[in-house]
Design a protein around this ligand. Sequence first.
Ligand SMILES: Cc1cc2nc3c(=O)[nH]c(=O)nc-3n(C[C@H](O)[C@H](O)[C@H](O)COP(=O)(O)OP(=O)(O)OC[C@H]3O[C@@H](n4cnc5c(N)ncnc54)[C@H](O)[C@@H]3O)c2cc1C
Length: 379
Amino acid sequence: MTTATPVDFDALRAEVREYVENEGERWAELIEREHRVPLELWDELRDRGFLRLAAPADYGGAGMQFTRYLELLELFSMSHASLRMIVHVANGIWRPMDSHANDDQRARFIKPAVAGEIKVAFTLTEPGAGSGADIRCSVVREGDTYYLSGEKHLITFGTIADYLMTFARVQGTRGTDGTVALMVPSHGEGIDNREMAGTMGVRGTDHGHIVFDRAPVPVADRFGEEGQGVEIALSGFLGPSRISLATTCVGLAQRALDLALDYAQRRETFGKKIAERQAIAFKLAEMATDLEAARRLVRHAASTWEQTGHAPMEAAMAKLFASEMLQRVTDGALQVHGGLGYWETSPIERVYRDARAQRFEEGTAEIQKTTIARDLFKR
Ligand SMILES: Cc1cc2nc3c(=O)[nH]c(=O)nc-3n(C[C@H](O)[C@H](O)[C@H](O)COP(=O)(O)OP(=O)(O)OC[C@H]3O[C@@H](n4cnc5c(N)ncnc54)[C@H](O)[C@@H]3O)c2cc1C
């Protein structure tokens, strides 16, 4: 695995910042106007090498150290949520596949995904069940083929993806027993895959509602063994993924704080800039402190995971605190903008809407607390 040298990294960080502030803003305007993410944005991000930063060099990635990658992800997160989502998912989806893949699967799925030749959507959530061992989607095996039935929804990039990394269970099993992780072609036989339009934020990103009706999937496209599906979905992936998501909360909160600082120094009422009013200055000071506390917690979780490969409690704490911090900071930033901030013409309006999604992604606060409490009692 190679790592970027410090000099290379500084140049790359400057390039990402420049991209986010210029091209990124132009894409954001187009996405908000048209409510769609053009595939050209994916191509541009891929061609600049931004979608293979975190993957190992052996798979064609840049092999960047996790904590360094997160420094870049924090910058991408200051951009439109759909752009952040592409960078976050593309740089992370190889992990759950890799944890239990064989060489043939690495060649057919992981390397093409890292190269940006195929798109893969993480397909876990179901309308009729809780996420995790409650999975209801099921497979029946006939020879070398599974037949998959059931329903998934809220799946990011679900309709544009080439493959759905789908979690299901062998029919008749319970709990984690019999759960499987499968690579399913997103528009294959027996699959009705439709876009769920009309989100509050993260506009333009497609989210799939997918119904499987005896969809055939080769047994060779199963990662790991029967019984390892939940482990693949939750253990190998969710630690780094939650820490990554927590990083995106820090990045977006920084954007909100920057917007509020700028506005407070421009807006004048009763003959003074509102930044000179203690009520506003203290609010901004509290927001900056909240943000810095989250940043430190997230970096602690990231370095713990980097050093030990295991940080479920730290990851859950980072995700919990950072996503709730993001809510407080974006709310405070909107308040500083006054009524004008509520209008689409103010950049804070989109930041506020986009931020709300991050309390659901990679598990809600309630689920993070369940993980933390379980670890506390274990200790
Ligand atoms: C923008 C966006 C993108 C997403 N992308 C994807 C994706 O790519 N792939 C994917 O698989 N999913 C995706 N999701 C789904 C997301 O992971 C889920 O929304 C989230 O995990 C919550 O699950 P749920 O919506 O089924 O809520 P529910 O499980 O129905 O929960 C409803 C409420 O009850 C609480 N709750 C549920 N169970 C418990 C419990 N046992 N104890 C205490 N409280 C509980 C929850 O915290 C929540 O507050 C996405 C969601 C959003 C908003």
